[in-house]
Design a protein around this ligand. Structure first.
Ligand SMILES: [Zn+2]
Length: 256
């Protein structure tokens, strides 16, 4: 046994190191037995997740997001390292840096599906539309599906989505105290902007037009109760309007 072999001479530092290595190895072997998952099952799970990533390079943290049968630490233990695990895959992985599609190709395919549906595709709608580019490709290229939709809308508009411009006048800065409440800030954070657009399905809530299906339409984020009349910059008080509807609205409250 390893233990008796090393415990006899634990007097030198080197022997201590050897003993420590031997002990940790013993510990590792015990743990893999506890996992009760065969190497074939680990291999199968690794292949399955690689399939989700379309055999593009992925890290162990990304693996853990999608893995069900085992964790990345089990994979690393079976293969010795994450790199070796990836090298064992049936198909060689495509490098992450190499983009398979250009933005233009991604947007053109999204255009095709979006126009055919007449509205922004959900994941299920996308996948059942027999697309040429997978949902996951968008997700990994743009970070998530909503961001992909936003980038696509901006591509169709030829510009970014503005925060209302019909009431440019800013509140007088002289009388406002330095510590104003956050909702009295008229700036809409990118995250909030995206939430509003997503809720409104990336179209004008008044006329229903979208830059995807109606040429030349430009979307803006608008305060329902105008900021100049005390309206807050909160999800409930923000809406998506096209430029024309926003101009028509002026400082009037709509739908209230
Ligand atoms: Zn409109």
């Amino acid at each position: 046994m390893l233990h008796s072999q090393y415990s006899r001479s634990l007097t030198t530092p080197l022997n201590w190191v050897l003993y420590a290595i031997a002990s940790s190895m013993t510990y590792e072997f015990t743990r893999s037995r506890v996992d009760k998952i065969s190497e074939n099952e680990v291999k199968a799970e690794l292949e399955r997740v690689a399939g989700i990533f379309e055999y593009r390079e992925f890290g162990y943290r990304e693996f853990d997001q999608f893995a069900e049968a085992c964790s990345s630490s089990t994979v690393k233990r079976v293969y010795g390292s994450w790199k070796k695990a990836l090298q064992s895959l049936d198909s060689p992985l495509k490098l992450k840096s190499k983009r398979q599609y250009t933005d233009r190709q991604l947007f053109e395919e999204m255009d095709r599906v979006w126009v055919a549906l007449g509205h922004r595709p959900s994941r299920i709608e996308w996948e059942s539309s027999d697309p040429n580019i997978s949902y996951n490709t968008y997700k990994y290229t743009f970070g998530n599906w909503t961001d992909a939709c936003l980038k696509f809308i901006e591509y169709k508009m030829g510009s970014g989505i503005e925060i209302e411009c019909s009431e440019i006048s800013t509140p007088t800065p002289t009388s406002t105290p330095k510590k104003s409440k956050p909702q009295r800030n008229r700036n809409v954070s990118p995250r909030l902007r995206l939430k509003v657009l997503e809720r409104d399905d990336f179209r004008c809530v008044l006329c229903g037009r979208s830059p995807v299906t109606d040429f030349g339409v430009k979307l803006q984020i608008d305060h329902v109760v105008p900021f100049s009349k005390g309206g807050t910059t909160e999800f409930e008080n923000l809406q998506t309007l096209c430029w024309e509807c926003n101009i028509g609205k002026g400082d009037k409250e709509v739908g209230v």
